[in-house]
Design a protein around this ligand. Structure first.
Ligand SMILES: NC(=O)c1ccc[n+]([C@@H]2O[C@H](COP(=O)([O-])OP(=O)(O)OC[C@H]3O[C@@H](n4cnc5c(N)ncnc54)[C@H](O)[C@@H]3O)[C@@H](O)[C@H]2O)c1
Length: 238
């Protein structure tokens, strides 16, 4: 029996939210594994060369996403990290709609625009959920609704596009040290509550997410589709 292959070298990978904490770390993981990585983000690209290709794009701009897909010769892996959180403002309808648009509709927008390219390469999509895919989110109801919706969207796309040879999975990160979680880490009561529920009391580093995402994109994960994998230091087990 042959050893499993975790080889993603030469694969063309597009990471949305690629200038953020987790997107950049996962981009680095793919780059380190020999993939050709494009980081797509609203945030401006750096002035200096860093070994990535860069695209400045808003995942809510349907026409721009389609133009990007049309201009992309081929794609093997789409990883969808673009995201933000509006916190209690999310109880206002406009903010709720915007947050859902970024996370949930934005992921569908990219997936749909790149479907033909992914079918041609028999590629895969990796969406990004959250602990709030599983638990209620009283401080960010739109974020929670979008992240729960992404679990379902992942299953639906996995079923619908299996005939195209496209696998669709998601990861559900727990508590990683990025800008997104900075306000929570700076709130002593929130920080304590989360830390106490983590079995080893430790918030994760961004580079601890790359392994599972690269694995999901590799030949070794060929039989895996439609799942959301928690990467949470045991948070959801407690
Ligand atoms: N950090 C965590 O612990 C954690 C936990 C669970 C889920 N997540 C998810 O992981 C993803 C990345 O989070 P992060 O912690 O790296 O946050 P981050 O704030 O560091 O990065 C988010 C990135 O998304 C980009 N972005 C926001 N809106 C966009 C838009 N409309 N179009 C294009 N790009 C846009 C931002 O510019 C930023 O670079 C998010 O979907 C987040 O919900 C993070």
């Amino acid at each position: 029996m042959a050893a499993p292959s975790f080889d993603v070298s030469g694969k063309r990978v597009l990471v949305t939210g690629g200038r953020g904490g987790l997107g950049l770390a996962v981009g680095e993981a793919f780059k380190g594994a020999g993939a050709q990585v494009t980081l797509a983000d609203m945030a401006p690209a750096p002035a200096t060369k860093d070994g990535f290709d860069h695209v400045v794009i808003d995942v809510c701009d349907t026409a721009a996403v389609q133009r990007l897909a049309d201009a992309t010769p081929s794609l093997d892996v789409l990883v969808q990290f673009a995201g933000k959180i509006g916190r209690v403002k999310e109880y206002e309808v406009e903010t709720f709609q915007h947050i859902v648009d970024v996370h949930l509709v934005g992921s569908l927008r990219f997936a749909t625009a790149f479907r033909t390219k992914l079918a041609a390469s028999r590629g895969c999509i990796i969406n990004v959920g959250s602990m709030y895919s599983l638990f209620g989110s009283p401080h960010a109801p739109a974020y929670g609704a979008a992240k729960a919706g992404l679990v379902q969207l992942t299953k639906s796309l996995a079923l619908a596009w299996a005939k195209d040879g496209i696998r669709v999975n998601a990861v559900a990160p727990g508590w990683f040290k990025t800008e997104l979680t900075r306000p929570g880490r700076e709130n002593p009561e929130f920080f304590r509550k989360v830390s106490e529920r983590l079995p080893d009391g430790r918030w994760s580093e961004p580079d601890e997410l790359g392994g599972i995402v690269v694995y999901l994109a590799s030949p070794a994960a060929r039989a895996i589709t439609g799942v959301t994998i928690p990467v949470d230091g045991g948070y959801s087990a407690s």
